[in-house]
Design a protein around this ligand. Structure first.
Ligand code: NAD
Ligand code: UGA
Length: 456
């Protein structure tokens, strides 16, 4: 039986390893993490992350060929293939702070692998890493093996999106595997490919050299985020000219050269990866002396910050230039629907902006806890009275002066807005940061509705 060990039981490691276990019953998969609480949650009925379909997959395999453990050393030691899906955040201090990737977690994983291995292994980079990370990893891995134990490093970046992770893993557009192009490297690529062919059609498995695979992941996220910033930049121009951004998106989407996805204007993109991966790309460009290229990609983030700031400004200016003491309902806090993840969610910046103008916020999100929201907003004793986290949209909007929709949860589309309107202060404002509401219907009820990229 082939044994796989997945280091890192987070949003990527957990679902990815679970799907491998589901699709490859002949493979034993152990997912390990240094976090006791995360592993306990994976072994309980309340999984540490919310992801549609995940519970079903875990329930089918856990205890059969899927195991969650904190015993990193034991499972790495026993494995033939080790997938590394640890976090790779932006550095917050030292050289490259604010841009470069912090590879501390990756390095500690590599050191453990090196220390406990006494047989040849394939090491798979699943985390998103700077291009040429495999070179550094190889040095760490071989530092005490004296060449007796052979490690083959492969880059196999993950392209799943949160909220649709299981669907994306079961039916990926493509699987990318990069490796050394010598005989041993090509053999390792084939061994990893043999796992994916259990459920992924061969023609969707792309193989490349190591550096192309590492860079493709960064390029992928940069292109996706760039598209959102492009349509968001257009949304500002729409508001200024009377064009409607949804009509512009629709027109663009029918161009087969462009395609229909990632054209939804919004309050800004969030999530743990787009910003950090672009910053990483910017840092790599700067380190290679490519100033113009670095500036080009930096602009994607500048436009995203502009979009979040523009939204806050619109709320304040529309409400007669003051929100002081006014109750504003925040519907949605997660960075997108169908996840409880709040990492880099635009809701944090919008809420902080409104709190800065002394608004009182009543926040509701179907998946995000009060503790998480307080932590994200760094709610201290002097603003605690300004923030309440409530259990449903009706409570959040009761006696509010305005509503901000910050996550596109489906349930926000089917709220009884007539009832909401009757219970709000007048004039009742709605700021739809996700363009999910029926403009005509809400205006007919009496709301003053602002959506992204549409004239008031
Ligand atoms: P995460 O923070 O949810 O999970 C990482 C886990 O690794 C944590 O539980 C942490 O405790 C564990 N860990 C860190 N160092 C460890 C060590 N030495 N030994 C054992 N466990 C260790 O992060 P994530 O969102 O799953 O992202 C992981 C990587 O995948 C990142 O590089 C990210 O850029 C990339 N990625 C993320 C997504 C996504 O949707 N979240 C998608 C594609 C790629
Ligand atoms: C993104 C990529 O889509 C994945 O391919 C990649 O694997 C992943 O990052 C990663 O590397 O972490 P994710 O961040 O989970 O996935 O979610 P997305 O669906 O891409 O949404 C990101 C943000 O962009 C969200 O805030 C979303 O609301 C926003 N968005 C997305 C828009 O504002 N408009 C759109 O048209 C699409």
């Amino acid at each position: 039986m082939v044994k796989i060990c997945g280091i890192g039981a987070g949003y990527v490691g957990g679902p990815t390893m679970a799907v491998i276990a589901l699709k490859c019953p002949s493979i034993e998969v152990a997912v390990v993490d240094i976090s006791d609480s995360r592993i306990s949650a994976w072994n309980s009925n309340k999984l540490p992350i919310y992801e549609p379909g995940l519970e079903e997959v875990v329930n089918q395999c856990r205890g059969k060929n899927l195991f969650f453990s904190t015993d990193v050393e034991k499972h790495v030691h026993e494995a033939d293939i080790v997938f590394v899906s640890v976090n790779t955040p932006t550095k917050i201090r030292g050289l490259g702070a604010g841009k470069a990737t912090d590879l501390t977690y990756w390095e500690s994983a590599a050191r453990i692998i090196s220390d406990v291995s006494n047989s040849n292994k394939i090491i798979v980079e699943k985390s998103t890493v700077p291009v040429r990370t495999a070179e550094a990893v190889e040095k760490i891995l071989t530092h005490n093996s004296k060449g007796i134990i052979k490690f083959q490093i492969l880059s196999n970046p993950e392209f799943l999106s949160e909220g649709t992770a299981i669907q994306d893993l079961l039916n990926p557009d493509r699987v990318l595997i990069g490796g050394n192009q010598d005989r041993e490297g090509l053999e390792a690529i084939q061994k990893l490919k043999a796992i994916y062919v259990h459920w992924v059609p061969q023609d969707r498995i792309i193989t490349t050299n190591l550096w192309s695979a590492e860079l493709s992941k960064l390029a992928d996220n940069a292109f996706l985020a760039q598209r959102i910033s492009s349509i968001n930049a257009m949304s500002a121009l729409c508001e200024a000219t009377g064009a409607e951004v949804s009509q512009v998106s629709h027109a663009l989407s029918k161009n087969t050269k462009l395609g229909p996805k990632f054209l939804n204007a919004s309050v800004g993109f969030g999530g743990s990866c787009f910003q950090k991966d672009i910053l990483n790309l910017v840092y790599i460009c700067e380190s290679n002396g490519l100033t113009e290229v670095a500036n080009y990609w930096k602009q994607v983030i500048t436009v995203n910050d502009y979009q979040k700031g523009r939204f806050v400004k619109r709320v304040v200016t529309s409400m007669f230039n003051t929100v002081t003491g006014k109750k504003i309902a925040i519907l949605g806090f997660a960075f997108k629907k169908d996840t409880g993840d709040t990492r880099k969610t635009p809701a944090i910046d919008v809420c902080r902006g409104l709190l800065g103008d002394d608004a009182c916020l009543s926040i509701y999100d179907p998946q995000v806890t009060k503790e998480q929201i307080h932590k994200d907003l760094s709610v201290s004793s002097n603003v605690v009275k300004q923030v309440s986290v409530v259990g449903d949209a009706y409570e959040a909007t009761k006696e509010a002066h305005g509503i901000c929709i910050l996550t596109e949860w489906d349930e926000f589309k089917s709220i009884d807005y007539q009832r909401v309107y009757e219970n709000m202060r007048k004039p009742a404002f709605v700021f739809d940061g996700r363009n999910i509401l029926n403009v005509d219907k809400l205006r007919e009820i009496g709301f003053i509705l602002y959506s992204i990229g549409r004239p008031l």
